[in-house]
Design a protein around this ligand. Structure first.
Ligand SMILES: NC(=O)c1ccc[n+]([C@@H]2O[C@H](COP(=O)([O-])OP(=O)(O)OC[C@H]3O[C@@H](n4cnc5c(N)ncnc54)[C@H](O)[C@@H]3O)[C@@H](O)[C@H]2O)c1
Length: 335
């Protein structure tokens, strides 16, 4: 599914549309002839992510907290597609905004589901591999219920998404809402924030600055990375299906965090050493999606090789000006 693929949707709502994934989704939909309303409260997104879209007549930005009771009136639609991506997603953000994160999974999801029900739109929840917690099953398939610590620091994110999945399922079952769930694994690419604490931007920025790459623990924990173009393609395929079942979308390239750091050093040509620092509480040990369902149901599999994806991402961060962190925070635990 490429940028010029015609969709049958006429007008889409993308919540969290000024964030990393949301902004790429807005762009892909617009390039495919779909009008887009982007709703965001900029809690952790950036207006500059959508600056290149703002002059387009088929694009509209609404500054809006999806937890606010009036958001359903302010987002008047009508829409035939609702992509619910609003949520702090990096550990740095959700640890800074724990209650807001729980709110957006509960009240926010309820409000955005009401918009989809009002308009008879297809609704898709951006869920996460974090619903599997620190998994006891590997690779993780959609039937696995997960291993989440409900009172650990990460629980605000994990349980918010698990609750949101339950809401979506109940809404579809009781109200007939055409709702689906996409479980996204770690995605990387341009428009991530330099200081959001996620491994790829952290390592790239450290390597470009000649600083040590801070690998947590002994670096043997694994992640499976997917380039943003592939993830966006997978999301839109799940949206275009009528699947009510959760669908995993994620990369097949499982690597250790230490190897990821070494790849970044090699591709940036940096002389940065690797430094080992404390591992965050409840950090998952292994992560790899079983994407059989996405392949068989949707014909989806990742296409962008990791070298290519990392080169594109390095080029983004290497281009001036570098991304300053307006909050001036220290990098936080990464996922
Ligand atoms: N990027 C990934 O690897 C990944 C993996 C799994 C799941 N996800 C999910 O995908 C979605 C987008 O993730 P991302 O990486 O683009 O994160 P991001 O932080 O870049 O984007 C999230 C956006 O949501 C907005 N937002 C937060 N709370 C809001 C609220 N109450 N009202 C309106 N807007 C609000 C933020 O301002 C931000 O623009 C999230 O729901 C996240 O949980 C992402």
């Amino acid at each position: 599914m490429t940028g010029d693929t015609p969709f049958s949707w006429r007008r889409a709502l993308v919540t969290g549309g000024a964030g990393f994934l949301g902004s790429h989704l807005c762009e892909r939909l617009l390039d495919s002839g779909v009008e887009v309303d982007c709703a965001d409260n900029l809690a952790c997104g950036r207006r500059e992510n959508i600056a290149h879209l703002e002059d387009r007549p088929d694009f509209r930005y609404t500054h809006c907290d999806v937890c606010a009771p009036d958001c359903t009136e302010r987002l008047a639609g009508p829409y035939d597609l609702v992509l619910h991506f609003a949520c702090p997603a990096s550990p740095a953000d959700y640890l800074r905004m724990p209650l807001e994160t729980l709110d957006v999974g509960s009240h926010g999801t309820r409000n955005v589901l009401a918009i989809a029900e009002r308009d008879g739109a297809r609704f898709l929840l951006a869920s996460t591999s974090e619903v599997y917690g620190d998994p006891l099953v590997h690779p993780q398939h959609e039937g696995y219920w997960g291993n989440v610590n409900p009172v650990g620091p990460r629980s605000v994110y994990d349980e918010s998404k698990r609750f949101a999945e339950a809401l979506v399922t109940a809404h579809a079952g009781t109200r007939g809402t055409n709702a689906g769930i996409v479980r996204l694994f770690n995605t990387y690419g341009p428009r991530m924030r330099a200081h959001d604490g996620r491994a790829v931007p952290t390592f790239i920025c450290q390597a470009l600055a000649g600083e040590p790459l801070t690998v947590t623990g002994d670096g043997s924990q694994t992640r499976s990375l997917c380039y943003v173009d592939d993830t966006v393609d997978g999301i839109l395929r799940v949206a275009a299906s009528r699947s009510v079942r959760p669908v995993n979308i994620g990369g097949s390239d499982e690597i250790t965090v230490a190897d990821l750091a070494r790849r970044v050093v090699a591709l940036t040509g940096s002389r940065s050493p690797v430094a080992f620092v404390d591992r965050p509480v409840d950090d998952p040990g292994r992560r790899r999606p079983d994407t059989t369902l996405a392949r068989e149901l949707l014909g989806w599999s990742p296409q962008v090789p990791w070298e290519e994806g990392l080169k594109q991402t390095i080029a983004y961060f290497a281009a001036p000006p570098p991304d300053p962190d307006p909050r001036g925070e220290e990098p936080a635990p990464r996922s």
